[in-house]
Design a binder for this molecule. Structure first.
Ligand code: NAG
Ligand code: NAG
Ligand code: NAG
Ligand code: NAG
Length: 392
């Protein structure tokens, strides 16, 4: 989590660094404590691990620099409240972007980014590169909407000629005491979830993807037709209907309809029942709720054969659609392993075009992305427990 500090040293603004170093130190230790609290709450290393793979930490990134002057941005949707969703909802700029980016069936691909991930040679570049070298995935870039969580991410996004939307954090005072950090962090994650609900309310289906998911093939042909909510997994047990699968909120396809909008409302409302959990952990609780059954929401879990990750890789290069750099601690480690993963894919495509056998291809990663105590103590089992066991 301290990565963001070191990343800043490359931005050529040492005076800002110095000014903010003290605050970052406080914030860093607060986050460490926060992680420990999560860890202790769950009594599972896995829990901490999942949380750590659930970057970006939007508030962390923004904290490392003073807020930009918001008036300098051409796309500002100011927000009075922390959630600020009432304003986003009526935002004509957002509507315009969605209209431009949507496929014929009103589907958009959405990712969110902070400054650290948007920086040159970081996650965003790798993500875009994967779509360029993937098999017939280049065209999908036209349907991608990048939600920038801070102004520098927004600016970088626009230089790449993508559809970029700046979801401002005006109203959040980053110079507040670090003790507030817990709230800010959770608020930002919920802001994302509620933002996705707005997309549904605007009538668009979305495929949400974390930017650390590399796209090698068009995922749409592998999705279930006519399913409301389908989501990739850190760990997949072979049965797409089994709610005991461990989903990862980093990749999900959600259709816009009455059921999914109601489900997103219910998801947000469940915060009150689990105030100490983030939205991904709450999903693991509410997926079993009778209310979700009552809504009639159809939910499916996507196979890691097609939608893999470092937790559970797609083994067959001839099938893989996406690979997520999940189960990874540290942004530097992530970037290194994802770069190697793209090299693996290029090697595969070279063999294919030379009509050479590819049966024995396997990923050379992860190398850097490993749990901090791998090989020591009890084996880390990523999904060895039922989420219902860990209600705090
Ligand atoms: C959004 O726009 C509609 C009509 O254009 C208006 O009735 C409504 O009050 C607006 N909502 C907000 C929160 O501004
Ligand atoms: C790429 O896609 C085309 C068209 O769908 C297909 O014919 C070809 O076999 C694919 N190549 C690979 C390596 O998957
Ligand atoms: C898959 O899971 C569903 C829901 O738990 C269950 O009804 C079904 O029998 C399972 N299918 C198989 C093949 O085990
Ligand atoms: C989400 O739920 C919280 C309470 O848990 C509520 O205060 C907030 O208004 C809700 N936000 C949205 C956008 O529905």
């Amino acid at each position: 989590m301290h990565n963001f500090y070191s990343e800043k040293s490359s931005d050529g603004r040492p005076h800002i660094l110095a000014k903010w170093a003290f605050r970052i130190a406080i914030i860093g230790s607060t986050v460490a404590v926060l992680c420990m609290v999560f860890h202790n709450t769950s009594h599972h290393f896995d829990h901490f691990y999942h949380k750590s793979s659930y970057l970006p930490w939007p508030s962390m990134s923004s904290l490392s620099k003073p807020l930009p002057t918001l008036s300098s941005s051409p796309v500002v949707s100011s927000s009075k409240t922390w959630d600020g969703m009432a304003f986003v909802k009526n935002d004509t700029k957002l509507r315009k972007i969605l209209r431009r980016a949507a496929m014929k069936d009103k589907t958009v691909i959405i990712t969110t980014l902070n400054e650290a991930w948007a920086a040159p040679n970081s996650v965003l570049d790798l993500f875009v590169e994967s779509l360029r070298i993937g098999n017939q995935t280049q065209g999908l870039l036209n349907h991608l909407v990048v939600i920038a969580l801070d102004y520098n991410a927004y600016r970088r996004c626009t230089t790449l000629h993508l559809h970029c939307y700046f979801l401002t954090t005006k109203g959040i005072d980053f110079s507040r005491q670090a003790a507030y950090m817990t709230n800010i962090y959770l608020t930002m994650m919920w802001r994302r979830t509620n933002f996705l609900r707005i997309i549904l309310e605007e009538g668009y289906n979305f495929l949400f993807t974390d930017a650390d998911i590399m796209w090698f093939r068009d995922p749409f042909p592998r999705l279930f037709p006519d399913v409301d909510f389908q989501i990739a997994c850190d760990n997949f047990n072979g049965n797409s209907s089994d709610k005991n699968n461990w989903p990862n909120g980093g990749f999900k396809f959600v259709r816009s309809n009455r059921r999914t909008i109601e489900f997103y409302r219910y998801w947000n409302a469940s915060r009150e029942r689990y105030p100490e959990l983030n939205e991904q952990d709450i999903l693991n609780h509410i997926k079993f709720d009778t209310h979700v059954a009552k809504i009639g929401l159809e939910m499916r879990f996507l196979s890691t054969d097609y939608f893999g990750g470092f937790c559970m890789p797609s083994k067959d290069f001839n099938l893989v659609c996406t690979m997520h750099a999940n189960c990874c601690l540290g942004l530097d480690n992530k970037v290194k392993d994802v770069s190697s993963m793209l090299d693996d894919w290029r090697a595969y495509m070279t063999l294919i075009s030379a009509h050479k056998a590819t049966q024995h291809m396997s990923w050379t990663v992860p190398n850097y992305c490993r749990p901090p105590d791998a090989g020591r103590g009890p084996t880390v089992k990523l999904n060895a427990f039922d989420s219902r066991d860990k209600s705090a």
